[in-house]
Design a protein. Structure first.
Length: 414
């Protein structure tokens, strides 16, 4: 479909000017735009399959949290992805909805159909093509020039159907820098409004990630016409660190997943990147539109619907993040929660601070819980209860019913 018929009220020249004005505005603002790929890359995690209505629930929660765009699915790969995207049309209205496509015209056609009905400024495609020597030789069986032809052909075709076109060279972190920059230059000239840097196999360190971003900024003179995005995998546990390093280097868009779910070791965790920016505003000096109070509920919703449990030690959403059994920490938390917390639960919409009773607990925590249960105890009784708790075998859960039992047994001895 030619652009003139798709945007009948605006000429191509006007559309291009408006698009460039928006890109320039985003760049000048310094705001970090969060692009969430939980519904696409996250769902690729084995066992994390989502039904269309479940994707819609997560999409609405992501909208409520304030993400800028949603990588809503890969329409050419599955009729279910098409159904999920179409379910979002007219319901998920604030974020830009994008669809993943290979650098294949037919994929773009399917994406165009899936996103039909969404306003032009709220629909887009993300194209990817392998560019590293490994991908060119062993997967695509194409030369450097042939891959460039594929990129420019499909990006220009996509630009006829979409105002928002992103291009990412798959396996960018193992692509020759000169060739990588050439791919970006030609993709922008062909109509890409965002170029992405994906660390597809998650092998970079923060220093090397920054070096790539600097090289792109130096080697792509037409970068002023496109936003620069990053997408990090977590195979070395460095996805969040790499994302933050690139934010300091000036990227405009970061792509993440809730709970860091995704292929292999997963992706950069949305909630961790957000909280690092929120707590270290003096270091990063980048604004963002995510409502931090929505983060913990969002983590729990994604865990519930995907069936991928959150590790107890997982930042932001993990069960232990606001819990402690250590007596010294419990005493400090009772005096002032900030003594042993980097942030309070309410900042991320989390639950109450939990003072877990166990072998490591002190008398202060025991006294506090007895008072909450309206059980008036003397200092001697508190000490006896604390000692009894410490004697319990490994794995014993000291919940309220167990504490009441101990209390009644103690009274019987008096």
């Amino acid at each position: 479909m030619p652009q003139s018929s798709f945007f009948p009220k605006l000429s191509k020249t006007v559309i291009d000017k408006v698009r460039q004005a928006i890109i320039s505005h985003h760049k000048r603002s310094g705001r970090i735009l969060f692009s969430d790929t939980t519904l696409r890359d996250g769902e690729q995690m084995p066992g994390a399959t989502l039904e269309p209505h479940e994707k819609l629930r997560i999409a609405l929660a992501l909208q409520d949290a304030g993400v800028h765009s949603l990588d809503a699915g890969f329409p050419a790969s599955s009729a279910s992805d098409v159904a999920a995207i179409q379910m979002m049309i007219g319901v998920v209205t604030r974020p830009v909805l994008t669809a993943l496509c290979r650098t294949v015209r037919a994929d773009i056609d399917v994406a165009n159909h899936a996103l039909q009905g969404n306003p032009p400024h709220k629909r887009g495609v993300s194209l990817f093509c392998g560019t590293s020597p490994l991908h060119r030789m062993h997967k695509l069986h194409r030369s450097r020039s042939e891959v460039l032809e594929i990129i420019t052909d499909t990006v220009s075709y996509a630009a006829q159907h979409f105002r928002i076109v992103a291009f990412s060279p798959e396996d960018a972190s193992r692509t020759e820098v000169d060739y990588l920059c050439q791919c970006y230059r030609e993709a922008i000239d062909a109509g890409a409004t965002t170029i992405g840097f994906p660390d597809t196999v998650g092998l970079l360190t923060p220093e090397k990630a920054r070096d790539f971003i600097k090289a792109i900024q130096d080697g792509v003179p037409n970068l002023n016409r496109a936003l620069l995005a990053v997408h990090f995998h977590n195979d070395l546990g460095l996805a969040v660190a790499n994302t933050l390093a690139c934010i300091q280097e000036g990227v405009n868009v970061v792509q993440c997943t809730v709970n860091g779910i995704g292929e292999r070791a997963g992706n950069a965790s949305l909630e961790e990147v957000v909280m690092a920016l929120a707590l270290h505003a003096d270091q990063f000096d980048r604004r963002f539109s995510i409502d931090t109070t929505k983060l913990a509920p969002l983590c729990h919703l994604v865990a519930e619907l995907t069936g991928v449990a959150i590790s107890r030690m997982k930042p932001i959403g993990g069960a232990n993040i606001f819990a402690t059994e250590a007596g010294i920490h419990q005493d400090g938390l009772l005096k002032n929660p900030d003594t042993y917390l980097p942030f309070r639960p309410e900042m991320v919409g989390g639950g109450d601070i939990q003072l877990v009773l166990g072998r490591h607990s002190g008398r202060r925590a025991v006294a506090h819980r007895l008072a909450e249960l309206n059980l008036n105890a003397t200092e001697e009784q508190i000490a006896m209860l604390a000692n009894l708790i410490k004697q319990q075998p490994k794995g014993t859960v000291i919940d309220d019913s167990m504490l009441r039992l101990f209390w009644s047994q103690l009274l019987d001895l008096v």
